[in-house]
Design a protein. Sequence first.
Lengths: 492, 244
Amino acid sequence: MAIWLPLLATDRIEKGRPELRELALVLSTPQNGRTVVTASNRRARKEGILPGKVLADAKAMLPELQNLPDHPATTARVLESLAEWCLRFSPIASVDAPDGILLDISGCAHLWGGEKPYLDHIVARLAQGGYGTRIAIADTIGTAWAQAHFGTQGTIVESGQQAAILEALPPAALRLETSVLARMEKLGFREIGQFLHMPKSMLRRRFGDALLLRLGQALGTEPETLEPIVPELPYQERLPCLEPIRTRPAIEIALQTLLESLCKRLAKEGRGMRSGVLKGYRVDGNIQQIQIGTSRASHNPEHLFRLFALQIATIEPALGIELFLLEAPFVEEVPKAQEALWETKGGRRQVAELLDTIAGKMGMDAIHRYMPRQHHWPERSIRATSSLDEVPDTDWPADRLRPLHLLSRPEPISVMVVLPDYPPLLFIHKGRTYKLAKAEGPERIEQEWWIADGRPRDYYRVEDENGARYWLFRSGHYGEGDPEWFLHGFFA
Amino acid sequence: MEGVKKEIIESLREQILLMEGLKSGRIEMERTDLGLQEIAHAFPRGVFPTGAVHEFISPTAACAAAANGFISGLLSGLVQKGMFCLWVSTKRSLYPLALEGYGVPPHQIIFVDVKRDKEVLWVMEQGLKCDALAAVVAELSEVSFAESQRLQLAVEKSRVTGFLHRRRPGRQRALACVARWQIRPTASYVTEEMPGVGHPRWEVTLEKIRNGKPGRWCMGWRQGKFTLLPDLQRVAAPKREHYA
């Protein structure tokens, strides 16, 4: 449900000073060296004084015009308290700056005997408080907003009828930027229906992504969420202790108790902890804390306990800890369906827990998993991923032979070559000479100019007389400066 | 009479294997095929012992690459069914992209890079305790007998296969591993007369195996499987390696 308070700024002042209600009232603010009307009440609007007019012009039209300075910050505060007041109608209310309130009314209307009585009730209650409103109910925030601002008062858009309702409304109902609206005006789009069924690519090219997003949000194809004014409860558990705690077993018991109650809540909401902090408030005012991170959201108390247990030794209880606080600053949905799908012989959960244990001791940056990347340059053809569930989006390239061991930094060598572009006969690496028996190549790999500048590499696969196989490359061409040779890897 | 005797001996042998921490050979045979049938006669009960820790010794960088090639070939048989494998090392030089050539999907390998041998062993032990893994490979240089015993105890419970790859070891010492291997690269081979470098060929030495027969073979890797090459072309006389 979208509630629009078109006269919020003036209604607010009239509420405090009822004598102004019968007069034409405007609020104004200085702008670019002149005073501009920013809000006008009902009487003033009847006289044709709309926001945006220069105050001097308005005064000329209506000499008895009352003028007060505008305080947008106060208005915003009033709107916020109104939104809080609206919590009596729905548990999720959000402020739609500068002059609207959005309510998520799923499952609320039946308490007032249906959507119509519910809507009428809200209108009446707000009118009682002195606020003029325009309200609409729809499936999506976008459509409700459009209908409240540009449709008829008190509309209830039937489920699935967004497109039909939107067609007759002007493009401004889509909450677009003024520059986009100006372009639409120029092209003669006066109603949404004129472009609603146009191909998306064309709309994107002309008006940008914002239009498609807003259109999608109004139609319900793109998600949009309310930002509730009452924040959700943080994932936090407290455990005050009767006596200050000093021993490890006692800390473990406290931790277990906290984890169990927090995990119960997380499990109920289908979420899991990605990071956790245990704080111990000491008698002398010092705060001891340990923290953990997991590679996958988890609400398994035993597993989380094991992770914390690795660090309990670092807590210094000194005179004793009197309060324990367990927080989960970062929680995530636990992918239930996915887990069931991938479960193979004990499953990924066990592997994820193992990795958490390792990360807890060695640090998260010790663990690597790689995905293919479509680059020929050897150092760039893999990328690291931190997720255990990610699967490669392209196949691993199998057409080119790559060495099993790759040096992180190619090591310079000196070589003997018969002719330019011939594979070397021998190479010297760190003072040792390797005579080569077999060779193949070159495989030229060009530097990707859009990423980095540099010389191309000519790779040779060679084998020395002992049977060891190497990957050598020449950086640059003969004839253009001095080419350099490097050892880059070992074949099995 | 003969038949009965044979049966009794068979069952006693199986009992001994079980007591020594090896799973019954028959069950293993059905489960994993690692492509080493041609040298199976060297293994206890004719089956490559999975669910145990194997030691590999590589004195040089070239040997290390060959040993990792051999291990990757074995892994390809173990990582079926999308199971993960842990690869722990101090100075990792393995290039994940090349694993594809050995039949191992590189994204099924989780690399853990740590600084010291002790940390490698700790991670390896944790990994060997987790039976959701297909195998654990550890690259390090030094490991003591007591530490290898811990690893053996871990695999006896979980049946995960462990590969302990010692690169440039200080000195050889007896470890509580089921087998000790040494893989040395030898001249590559080609099937037809083709120029260039051919398929990898290794001199595989099984220096020690519990309840098996040590041996030395020449093996190659071609088209995703091990092949036993009949002629063991010694590359000169095997030189004495200097352990650094």
